[in-house]
Every structure is written in structure tokens, then in C-alpha cells.
Design a binder for this molecule. Structure first.
Ligand SMILES: [Fe+2]
Ligand SMILES: [Fe+2]
Length: 284
């Protein structure tokens, strides 16, 4: 058994597999699946249904006529949006808890993940990628490995008392646990049956970002994570926040190559800031 698999044995007790959301992802992939079938599946879970309706009506998804049923979401927003809403709703519950080993207060990992997902989706659309929802999902789940490694890392640090000497969290994880949250997250999502378009960006979000051989989705998730970390998003962004695009590009010359990103960085960041701060956040 490889080291990552060791950490996901019995993980169902810590992170319940979001079965209905995963089923919705798979079913919505199949265009012959009818809106009625999909509605029936989602409505088996009242929490998921309520969350999806709340999200669909939030200003984050645009101001439109009130959406009052799952069928409404499918008919008016389409299958891709159903997938986004299902996985976002399921992830909110998983990612909102505090992760002490990573110095993350309640909801901080969720805010970070949501910010990365929004930014990655905008970048993917700008880069002309077809499946922007897979990039959104990968970015939303990129740090899910932190939820798995939180307790083992806390225990290892308490035992070895050496948590402050490392230059990055990845270095610390490898020293303490011989793996890292990116690889463990990838292994979990593979075990859940998610496609490579989602698992590979999760596994590679801290490595090999610059190469053009890395899939575009992976480069986008990596860049979105780097940008959100550089901005320092842990809660909502204050109104007075100013982000200097030219200064950022000057300071960071070796960014992952993402088509159409650098020339369009200003409108991309403008859209990101208005979507991330513009409406009520989606909470679990
Ligand atoms: Fe990470
Ligand atoms: Fe991250």
C-alpha cells in the first residue's frame, strides 16, 4: 500500500463520501440522463437540495428570477451548473471545519477554496477551455488533503516538536509524514471516482507548475492557488483592498503559463474581486 492510501483508510469516518453529489456529477455527464432522473437523485438529500437552492438564488450566481426547485436549476441554469452547485454544496460541509495543523480557523479553508475555485473558473473561461466546471471543482477541492492530514500532522508535530523550522508546508508534511496534502487529496478523489481532469490538478497544485506539458487545468489551479495565497484571502476582502497587477507580475516572473492570462490579468482580477466580495458568501 502506498503511503497516501494509508491516510485514506477509514477516511469515511472523518469525511463522509459525498455520494449524492458524486452521483450527480456522473449522471449529469450523461446527456441522456433526464432532468427528472437528476431531480429525483438530488431530492433524496434534503440538505443538498436546500443548499443548492440557496446557492442558486444567491447573488454570487447572478440576479435572476427566483429559483424555487431543483428542476428549475436544471432547466434554467443547465447541467454544468447543477454539477457546480452539487459539488460546492457537498464541499462546504467538508472544508468549513478548522484545520489546526495548518493554522486555519473555522471557514478559512472554505474561503480559500472558494476563492481559488472562482478565480480558476474565470481563468479557464478566459483561456478558452471547454470544461470550466472541472477546473472549478479541482480548485474547490485542491486542499482537501489538509482535512485528512490535519490530525496526523498535529500528532507528528507534538511528538517531534519541530514544526517551525520548515520553509514551506509541503516540506514540513514530507518531513513529518513522508507525503503531502496535494498527493493525499489526489488519492482520496481518485478513490471517490473523480476523473483525472480533477484529480491531476489537485495532486500537482504545488509542483511542476511552469511546464507546458502540465495540463492547462492543472496550471490554472496552481496559479489560482498561488494568487489567492499571495493576496492572503482568509475571510472576505476589505472594501479598501487594492491589488496592483503590474507590481504582482514584476515580482512573480515565473508564473505557470496560462493562455490569455497575463494580457487579461486586470479584467480577470476585477471579475474575481467583484464575484468574491459582491454577494453573500456560500456557507455550509
Ligand atoms: Fe495546497
Ligand atoms: Fe491552497
Amino acid at each position: 500500500m502506498n503511503i497516501e492510501k494509508k491516510f485514506i483508510v477509514d477516511i469515511d469516518k472523518l469525511i463522509p463520501r459525498p455520494d449524492i453529489a458524486l452521483d450527480v456529477l456522473t449522471k449529469a455527464q450523461n446527456l441522456s440522463c433526464s432532468a427528472d432522473d437528476l431531480t429525483e437523485k438530488i431530492e433524496q438529500d434534503p440538505n443538498l437540495t436546500a443548499n443548492m437552492l440557496r446557492m442558486a438564488n444567491s447573488s454570487y450566481f447572478g440576479h435572476m428570477r427566483e429559483i424555487s426547485s431543483i428542476r428549475d436549476i436544471i432547466v434554467r441554469l443547465g447541467y454544468d451548473m447543477v454539477k457546480v452547485l452539487a459539488i460546492t454544496s457537498a464541499s462546504a460541509a467538508i472544508l468549513s471545519s478548522p484545520q489546526e495543523a495548518y493554522d486555519l480557523e473555522p471557514r478559512e479553508l472554505w474561503n480559500h477554496s472558494q476563492a481559488c475555485a472562482i478565480l480558476a473558473e474565470i481563468m479557464a473561461r478566459n483561456a478558452g477551455l471547454e470544461n470550466t466546471y472541472t477546473v472549478y471543482t479541482a480548485a474547490l477541492l485542491h486542499d482537501i488533503g489538509k482535512v485528512i492530514l490535519n490530525r496526523p500532522l498535529l500528532a507528528a508535530c507534538a511528538e517531534k516538536k519541530g514544526c517551525t523550522k520548515f520553509s514551506s508546508i509541503i516540506e514540513l508534511e514530507h518531513f513529518m509524514l513522508r507525503t503531502d496534502h496535494a498527493l493525499v487529496g489526489q488519492t482520496l478523489l481518485e478513490a471517490w471516482g473523480l476523473p483525472e481532469a480533477i484529480t491531476i490538478p489537485v495532486g500537482s497544485h504545488h509542483r511542476g507548475e511552469g511546464q507546458l506539458t502540465t495540463p492547462a487545468g492543472a496550471r490554472i489551479v496552481s496559479l489560482a492557488n498561488f494568487l489567492v495565497e499571495s493576496i492572503g484571502i482568509r475571510a472576505t476582502i476589505p472594501d479598501s483592498f487594492i491589488f496592483d497587477v503590474d507590481e504582482f507580475l514584476l515580482q512573480n516572473q515565473n508564473l505557470p503559463e496560462v493562455p490569455n492570462f497575463k494580457p487579461n490579468m486586470t479584467p480577470i482580477m476585477d471579475e474575481f474581486f467583484s464575484r468574491f466580495t459582491g454577494g453573500e458568501m456560500i456557507y455550509a
